[in-house]
Design a binder for this molecule. Structure first.
Ligand code: GRF
Length: 202
């Protein structure tokens, strides 16, 4: 089974996937390419160290060339379709992918998001949960892997897990606890989708 992983930064979740494919936790799966929305991010080094081909698809470059976001999405879709993946994993991919892109990969495009289903939408979910905890509004948050649909962070969950927020947590302590949980959940959810034991897409 061929997996493509999309990243934008550190790639600790990419690393968890690389390790789980290597130790055969996800049987018969190979990451055939890592695509980053930014050059020179550590996630690209992780891929290179694991001898996984990399590709940079930079929105900044598209804009500098006077191209549109639609061009960016369209060319990314073309690039991915040529590789004929069984699964595309957004692991810290920080750009919203438009409905034309999403519709081409429905059911085989999944995203890791650091909140429980239907709880916090958007790019600052950990910060938001932390602030609400400090304001006494919550004592837990969580993470999920979900199918990607046009509405951001709202596709059907495949797997999710609660993560407690402790009384004297620093933001860093919460982030660390969340990322540790993500490094377990993402390979697990990926395995479920590839093995056909995940909830159906629709
Ligand atoms: C993760 O917390 C993921 O849930 C969010 O972005 C972060 C990526 O971290 N979408 P990394 O690049 O995998 O370390």
């Amino acid at each position: 089974k061929k997996i493509i992983v999309l990243i934008s930064g550190n790639g600790s979740n990419l690393q968890a996937l690389i390790d789980s494919c290597k130790n055969n936790q996800i049987t018969g799966a190979d990451i055939v390419q890592v695509i980053s929305s930014k050059p020179n991010v550590y996630g690209l080094e992780r891929a290179q160290k694991a001898q996984i081909p990399t590709h940079v698809h930079s929105l900044k470059e598209y804009k500098a060339a006077g191209k549109t976001r639609k061009d960016f999405d369209h060319d990314l879709a073309d690039h991915i379709q040529k590789l004929k993946p069984d699964l595309i994993v957004l692991a810290g991919w920080m750009l919203i992918l438009g409905p034309d892109f999403v519709s081409k990969f429905e059911g085989k495009l999944i995203n890791l998001h650091p909140s429980l289903p239907g709880d916090i939408i958007g790019a600052h979910a950990i910060d938001r949960a932390y602030e609400e905890a400090k304001a006494g509004k919550r004592t837990e948050t969580g993470i999920m892997v979900h199918y990607v649909i046009a509405e951001v962070d709202e596709g059907k969950p495949i797997a999710s897990r609660k993560v407690p927020i402790l009384e004297n947590d620093s933001l860093e302590a919460l982030e660390e606890r969340i990322h540790r949980a993500e490094h377990e959940l993402l390979p697990e959810a990926t395995r479920m989708v590839l093995e056909g034991t995940a909830p159906s897409f629709k």
